[in-house]
Structures are given as C-alpha cells and as structure tokens.
Design a protein. Structure first.
Length: 155
C-alpha cells in the first residue's frame, strides 16, 4: 500500500469507494434508511474532482495495482471533511496511514487543530487516535434523522 497525494484521475474511484464504504460499513451503526440517505448525499466524481482541487490537501491510499483503498482530505483550517476506507481494507491500517499523512502536513503548515464530523465508526477511530468528542450532532439528510459527532485533536 502506498499513500500519495490525490490526483485528478482519482475522482471516479473516490466516488465509488465512498458509496461502497457507506453501504457496506454504515449498517453496523445506522438503520437502513439512514445509510441510504447518507449514501445519497455523496458527491459525484465531478464534484469530488472539484472539491479535491480547491486548495485542500488530499491523499489516497492504493495498492501497487492502482486499486483505491481509501482517501482523506484536509482543509487549510484543519477540517477533515472526508476519511473513507474500502470495506475490504477495513482494519488493515489504511485509515491510520492516511491520518498520519494529514497530521504530518498539518504540522508542517502550522495547523494547530484537526477537527471533523465523524460517523459512529469514524468516532471510534478518531478517539483511538487522540481526538476528543466535543458533542453529538443530530440532523436530517433528505428528511431522515441521522447523527454524527464533532471531534477534534490539538496538535
């Protein structure tokens, strides 16, 4: 597995991985209607390409054969908007390697705080990596009640 900066050609694989990840991993913590609302809120490949080229740092993890295993982004203010791992790569250190890359660039850019809105599974991961949960966020996506957690880590 290699972690590298995002490239324009990664957008289609990122959009597909997002959908697979939400639909395969989401049901362990969310009801079926919540998973479908969450998946439906995903970005198209075109929107992923636009977002990943707007000045944020973005990294992907892939295998030697080019198969995408996960991706992460970091906005200039320390916000992590996306951290998704392929279902078949869950538990294999992909998220750790991606977060390591983001923490390294954040420290180099003198970013003082990382923060995100984390799903149930992501909350467990972020807490294990030294983030603290600030509060639960209850909201609706497409009229479906869902929740996540505001998390942060001081660098």
């Amino acid at each position: 597995m290699q972690v590298r900066p995002n490239a324009h050609g990664d957008a289609e694989a990122m959009a597909a991985l997002y959908q697979r990840s939400v639909r395969a991993l989401g049901p362990s913590d969310y009801a079926p209607e919540q998973v479908e609302a969450w998946a439906g809120a995903g970005l198209s490949a075109l929107r992923f390409a636009e977002r990943m080229e707007d000045g944020r740092w973005a990294f992907v993890a892939d295998r030697a054969d080019g198969e995408l295993l996960g991706f992460i982004d970091l906005e200039a203010d320390g916000h992590i908007d996306f951290l998704y791992v392929a279902p078949e790569a869950k538990g294999r250190g992909v998220a750790d390697r991606l977060l390591d890359a983001v923490e390294q660039v954040a420290r180099s850019a003198d970013v003082q705080r990382l923060y995100s809105e984390a799903s149930e599974a992501a909350r467990r991961f972020f807490v294990r990596r030294g983030f603290v949960v600030l509060h639960r966020r209850d909201f609706e996506v497409g009229g479906v009640p869902i929740h996540n957690y505001a998390v942060e880590k001081r660098l």
